[in-house]
Design a protein around this ligand. Sequence first.
Ligand code: CA
Length: 132
Amino acid sequence: MKILVIEDEEAIADALIHMLIKNKYLADACYDGESGLDNALTGIYDLIILDIMLPKINGLDVLKQIRNQHINCPVILLTAKDEISDKVTGLDYGADDYITKPFAIDELLARIRSIQRRMNNNITNENIIKFS
Ligand code: CA
C-alpha cells in the first residue's frame, strides 16, 4: 500500500512518513498543493492524506482536481481547524474521511486500516459477482 502525504508543515509530514513506514506502508511526502497534485495525478498511490491549508493550491482544490482527473483512490483530509464547512465541502468533493488536527497518530492509522478493509471488501464483492 503506497500512501502520499500532502502537508506543508514539514515536521508533521516527516513524522507521518516515519510512522507510516514503521507500520509497513510505502509513503512519500509533498510540502505544497502544486507538487502534491502533480504526484497524486501519477495515479500510483493507493491512499492520499491531504492537508486543507496548503501553499500554492489549497487541499480542497487539489481534491477537486484529483477527482476531475478520475483519480479515485481514498483521500483522508487533515483539517487544521474544527470547521464544519471545510469538512462538508471536502466530503462533497469526494474525500473518504477527515481527521482534525491535532490528532493522535494511532487514530489516523486506525482510519487507514478501516479504509483498507473497505477497499478489500469491494474487491471481494466484485469477485463474488464475477464468479457467481
Ligand atoms: Ca497546512
